[in-house]
Design a protein around this ligand. Structure first.
Ligand code: MRU
Length: 369
């Protein structure tokens, strides 16, 4: 079983002409790398969750911006800018909830606009290449820092701790380490015994099973004592005192600390409050969208009904014609959050003030306005 930490979730090819991703729809049974290069292929890979997880789709967005700009034949700067905007809007339309996608596209676009007067088109393409690689490198460092902060919380709870997580916010959802799973990778680096010192409970995460297929795979392949539970078993595990702390990732945090994460997360937070279990959200500061006052403003992706009624089953498991609810994310109220672990430290309520103290500010948006 290959350790997921050694897989490159998303990177540029050696010749810098395509993006190479692990096709996450095939895991855990098959580890296959895919090379994508056209706008259509990149859009499809994000929409189909071949590459998924907020930071990983952000990194993909940065690479997409560079790659599609690199493919432009024009020497005309106005034309170049126009095409970049068109590509950026198209890639951004692949998934709406994770802010990291628009964040990375906006970062690339701001840089391009700020230098277009001075640089030739070939020089601009080189600059965009460097910036997209920088986003990926930064993501690795950021995830490590989140893991270090989270590990300190595990140390306070002591060896033998039970940790619950929902969806997959691991190495596969980022460039490396992940956010919510990073503390456990860091614990191993600090000499914790994966079999004795921590026990990880992964919610299966209906309907797309990111918990069962990806988080459980990551934790098990790293040598950690790992359990999969159906989402509706979380209360049982918490009540039976198996869980000392909960770490989840997130796709977008509003200024007041409300956050969107994989559907089902808000239920986990409500249960955690009931059982008195600390509930932490792990987020790179780029996931914090200071332009939104509250979670009510976060757009929630709605996905196809077949993901609920047919996917994974041998035959359809709901009556033909029945209505189906399939939101990909839900919003958890900030009042249920113990802390938000970023690379800059752990923010606690009141969150807006805490974010501002960390220097997290609203960014200019060209897409996702
Ligand atoms: O639909 P997905 O699989 O992209 O959803 C992923 C999540 O909800 C993650 O928890 C979130 O993106 C954080 S990943 C570090």
């Amino acid at each position: 079983m290959e350790n997921a930490l050694n897989m490159d979730t998303v990177r540029l090819s050696e010749d810098k002409k395509s993006i190479v991703i692990v096709d996450q729809t095939l895991l855990p049974n098959e580890c296959k790398y895919l090379s994508i290069r056209t706008a259509g292929e990149i859009w499809e890979a994000i929409y189909m969750l071949r590459v998924r997880g907020a930071p990983a789709i952000g990194v993909t967005g940065g690479f997409a911006y560079y790659l599609l700009a690199d493919q432009l034949q024009t020497e005309d700067k106005a034309e170049f800018v126009k095409e970049c905007i068109k590509n950026m809007e198209y890639i951004n339309s692949s998934r709406p909830t994770a802010v990291n996608l628009s964040w990375a596209l906006n970062r690339m676009h701001s840089l391009m606009l700020s230098r277009i007067e001075q640089l030739s088109i070939p020089e601009m393409k080189r600059l965009l290449l460097e910036e997209s690689e920088a986003i990926r490198q930064e993501d690795i460092q950021i995830c490590r820092s989140i893991g270090e902060h989270g590990f300190r919380l595990l140390e306070q709870l002591g060896k033998g701790v039970g940790i619950m997580t929902h969806c997959n916010a691991g190495s596969l959802a980022t460039s490396k380490y992940g956010t919510a799973l990073s503390p456990m990778y860091i614990a191993l680096e600090h000499g914790w015994d994966g079999k004795k010192d921590m026990h990880v409970y992964c919610d299966e995460t209906r309907p797309l099973l990111q918990g069962a297929r990806l988080s459980a795979y990551e934790m098990q392949s790293a040598g950690i004592d790992t359990y999969v539970q159906c989402d509706n078993m979380a209360s049982y595990t918490m009540k039976n005192k198996k869980v000392g702390i909960i770490f989840v990732g997130c796709d977008r945090v509003a200024a007041n600390g409300d956050f969107a994460n994989k559907i089902g997360t808000s239920g986990v937070a409500i249960l955690a409050r009931h059982y008195g279990i600390p509930f932490y959200v792990c987020a790179p500061s780029s996931t914090i969208d200071m332009t939104l006052h509250s979670g009510d403003e976060i757009r929630i992706e709605q996905r196809k009904p077949e993901e609920v009624t047919e996917m994974w089953y041998e035959k359809r498991m709901a009556p033909e014609g029945v209505g189906v609810v399939n939101p990909a994310f839900d919003v958890t109220d900030h009042s249920l959050v113990t802390g938000i672990i970023t690379e800059k430290g752990i923010a606690t309520a009141p969150f807006k003030e805490a974010f501002e103290k960390m220097g997290i500010l609203p960014v200019t948006k060209y897409v996702d306005k």
